[in-house]
Design a protein around this ligand. Structure first.
Ligand code: UT7
Length: 334
């Protein structure tokens, strides 16, 4: 499997930390120093499927394929606009596709799980071209009275089209049942036969420090295993793309692995934590900044509620874009 095209979509509304100071007992200083986040995009008026469609269309166009060429659409999302149909089915027609569609529900590690799933379909000969879209609207799941979680998340979609090739060198997936440290709930309509205590308030609940420790440990361990399977030491990776959950997690994983300085890009300052969309968005920014070159080796690592995690090693094969898109897509480097 290799990446043939890449796309992204951001809702137009940007919310800066100072705006959160107006509605919460928080400060720009706290958010920036504890997380690295300065602003995030928030879905207002739009839909998760709308973001997914926009990112998917850009990835398709970039790949030179059309929807009719797709053998499968895989969407990763914490929650689409509806419980059903899936986001992938919702966008299929507008993409001009006529292929199987499924949504994967793997929280922030969704993109890595989707790459591995697509690789398995392509290797088995069941599919040649697959669109993967990671589309998230976590602002709609957040409890906006809980300052310890709502300041973290942003909405976005990132997409890639993959096809046969030698790009995915290794993959390492894991899952550990730990609902106690991170979960998101949503309420349905009340059922007259349910006891009242079954009605749970919606929102994302997190034991931040526990998740932080888990994230640093599992991300570093996954990356080492994936690098070992690919037989390429971490020090030789051209780029290490980590899930954008917290700037301090990114720095801690980089230190733990001894990654070559300047090889760990980050865009959390302007996007926040966009769950499964964060890795394809980072890849998009790196590509459009003209920094990804054919032959570059990338290590990717995602982790999230479950707790799920995954890392993979990818050889980049696409030529540089004809135009560089800075400074809008500015990156920081660790
Ligand atoms: O993508 C899914 C995976 N998620 C993650 O990886 C997130 C992992 N965890 C984290 O990133 C961090 O733990 C947080 C950013 C969530 C929290 O940072 P922290 O340094 O671990 O802070 P803390 O939870 O230990 O809280 C320290 C203090 C507390 O006050 P007291 O008890 O010391 O008085 C919190 O109430 O900071 C307070 N606090 C805030 N203060 C201002 C928590 N949130 C805020 C806030 N503004 N937004």
């Amino acid at each position: 499997m290799k990446i043939l095209g890449i796309g992204c979509a951001l809702p137009p509304q940007v919310v800066i930390n100072n705006q959160l100071e107006q509605i919460l007992d928080t400060s720009d200083e706290w958010i920036q120093s504890r997380t690295g986040i300065r602003e995030r995009h928030i879905l207002s008026g739009g839909t998760v499927a709308g973001l997914a469609l926009e990112a998917g269309q850009e990835a398709l166009q970039d790949s030179g394929l059309t929807g009719a060429d797709l053998d499968m659409i895989l969407v990763t999302t914490a929650q689409g606009d509806d419980l059903f149909p899936s986001v992938s089915c919702t966008i299929q027609q507008d993409l001009g596709a006529n292929c199987p569609c499924m949504d994967l529900h793997v929280a922030c590690a969704g993109f890595i799980y989707a790459l591995d799933t697509a690789d398995a379909y392509i290797k088995s000969g069941k599919a040649s071209h697959i669109l993967i879209v990671s589309a998230e609207g976590l602002s709609r799941l957040s409890d906006w009275s809980d300052r310890s979680t709502c300041v973290l998340f942003g909405d976005a979609a990132g997409a890639v089209v993959v096809g046969p090739g030698e790009g995915l060198l290794s993959c390492q997936l894991s899952a550990l049942s730990r609902r106690d440290i991170l979960f998101g709930t949503y309420t349905g309509l009340p059922c007259p036969f349910s006891p009242p205590e079954e009605k749970v308030a919606a929102g994302i609940r997190m034991e931040g420090q526990e998740v932080f420790k888990f994230a640093v440990g599992i991300s570093a361990a996954d990356l080492l295993k994936a690098a070992d399977k690919a037989d390429i030491p971490i020090a030789q990776m051209d780029w290490v793309l980590l899930h954008q959950a917290n700037r301090r997690i990114i720095d801690a994983v980089s230190r733990r692995l001894g990654v070559t300085p300047g090889r760990v890009p980050s865009n959390i300052h302007r996007l926040g934590n966009t769950s499964s969309a964060s890795i394809p968005l980072l890849m998009y920014d790196l590509y459009h900044a003209g920094l990804l070159e054919p032959g570059h080796v990338l290590a990717l690592s995602g982790f999230g509620s479950g707790m799920v995690s995954g890392a993979c090693i990818l050889r980049w094969d696409k030529p540089k874009p004809s135009q560089v898109k800075d400074p809008v897509h500015s990156l920081h480097f660790t």
